[in-house]
Design a protein around this ligand. Structure first.
Ligand code: UGA
Length: 439
């Protein structure tokens, strides 16, 4: 079994640290945020992720998982995973300052042979740059190797994605690094998960290509939704039929409000920025259109709501159901739901938000919105209701109960979460993007 440090305790880092401990390794998670480390050491994840608290507590109790703010303590490990964020800078490129800071802080403590493994999503060339930094900064010099092992987990099912991934991508400079990573992942590899061994730049590109492909797939169906609306066709039926084609597949063909979150939007922008730096901007220029289609989804939903409110939001109350960027998480980074809420609020609508998990994050980021403790309270007195996040609890909402609370029975089902027949029968004016007007 290996000794592992995981640098950065965000969504990715915490799940990876707990997952590696579950595989039997001795793992230490490191972060500069003292409050976060205290929560983790007490067995609590600092964010909502199904199954993660149990995984953390179980592995702490087994003595395989600990957390610290000390890089010196972490440096004793043989394998160091870099799991810090690479957020978007102005202009779209990735901000590498957190990653660079972690490498610079760790490097002086690296006095013995070890492997640094990048997991963060980065512009191609980063692994080579970090290798050069470490040659200068790490006392162990050439005994410190750098590998890149991108992560493909989805929030909301991060635990199972970590322990049962679709594939492992091992970006390695040599056979020695490959051997170390194969040992780390031995239980997963032995279970038959495919392994793709690549050089460093290829591993870096695989990750941004995967996120760009899924973003493109979502924007494709949202562009078709716009076309369906103009032509009287129904995009949900188009998705169903396309999904049966094995070459296409049904996943990521859910149209509606488009993609958000801390990954897809910023990754397609950083990918384009890097392509321009490399002189091949034209090759990825289509991603600008993917981005534009995606942002238009949000504007279109605002437009449906405005129509339902009689042409203006002033003096109107809009119930916004959902604040997280998707169901199953409390993450509100680039949340399409909160983007819509903020546009409506900027146009003088009273926005009442409810989300099963993301209320405190949303309240902290956007204190000017109104937050209610339940769907019914949000809908009370509303002139229109917007279902903006695909939480399972919204699927089963009762149109009659909600109808008794709302001032007007107007609903925009931006995630195709509801059964239109039921809502129409209960007297609601029902609009869903990409579907013909239903009576
Ligand atoms: C995404 C990728 O799917 C992961 O593979 C990747 O590891 C991760 O980013 C990352 O780079 O760390 P995640 O951000 O958790 O994962 O969310 P997704 O499940 O990809 O959903 C992204 C957005 O697309 C959400 O807002 C979701 O509502 C939306 N979406 C998804 C759709 O609008 N339609 C769909 O059919 C699917």
């Amino acid at each position: 079994m290996s000794t592992i440090s995981v640098l950065g305790c965000g969504y990715l880092g915490v799940t990876h640290a707990a997952g590696m401990a579950e595989l039997g390794h001795q793992v230490i998670g490191v972060d500069v945020d003292i409050a976060k480390i205290a929560a983790l050491a007490g067995g609590r994840s600092p964010f909502f992720e199904p199954g993660l608290d149990e995984l953390i507590s179980r592995n702490i109790a087994a003595g395989r998982l600990s957390f610290t703010t000390s890089y010196e303590e972490a440096a004793a490990a043989d394998v160091h995973f870099l799991c810090v964020g690479t957020p978007q800078r102005d202009g779209g490129a990735a901000d590498m300052s957190y990653l660079d800071a972690v490498v610079e802080t760790l490097a002086p403590f690296l006095v013995k042979e070890c492997l640094i493994v990048g997991k963060s999503t980065v512009p191609v060339g980063t692994a080579a740059r970090i290798t050069s930094m470490l040659r200068v900064l790490a006392p162990a010099g050439e005994a410190v190797s750098v590998a890149w092992n991108p992560e493909f987990l989805c929030e909301g099912k991060a635990v199972s994605d970590t322990l049962h991934p679709d594939r492992l991508v091992l970006g390695v400079p040599d056979e020695r690094a490959e051997k170390v990573l194969r040992e780390v992942y031995a239980p997963i590899i032995d279970a038959g998960v495919p392994v793709v061994v690549a050089d460093l730049p290829t591993a870096e590109v695989i990750k941004t290509a995967a996120n760009s492909f899924t973003a493109t797939k979502i924007s494709f169906i949202n562009a078709i939704a716009e076309f369906c609306e103009a032509s009287g066709a129904d995009v949900t039926v188009v998705s169903e039929a396309l999904g049966y084609d094995a070459r296409i597949g049904r996943q990521f063909l859910n149209s509606g409000l488009g993609f958000g979150g801390g990954c897809l939007p910023k990754d397609i922008r950083a990918f384009q920025a890097r392509a321009y730096e490399l002189g091949v901007g034209q090759a990825l220029a289509f991603l600008a259109e993917v981005d534009a289609v995606n942002l238009r989804c949000r504007e279109r939903v605002v437009e449906y709501l405005r129509k339902q409110c009689g042409g203006a939001f002033t003096g109107r109350r809009i119930a916004v159901l959902g604040a997280a960027f998707k169901g199953g998480t409390d993450d509100i980074r680039d949340s399409p739901a909160l983007h819509v809420a903020n546009i409506v609020s900027a146009q003088e609508g009273e926005v009442a938000v409810y989300d099963p998990q993301a209320m405190s994050n949303a309240r902290r980021a956007f204190p000017h919105l109104v937050y209610e403790n339940s769907v019914l309270e949000a809908v009370r007195g509303a002139d229109a209701v917007a279902v903006l996040t695909d939480w399972p609890e919204f699927v089963t909402l009762n149109p009659y109960t909600l109808g008794d609370e709302a001032r007007s029975r107007n609903i925009v089902d931006a995630r195709h979460a509801l059964d239109p027949t039921q809502w129409l029968r209960a007297g609601w004016n029902y609009i869903a993007p990409g579907r013909p007007a239903l009576q």
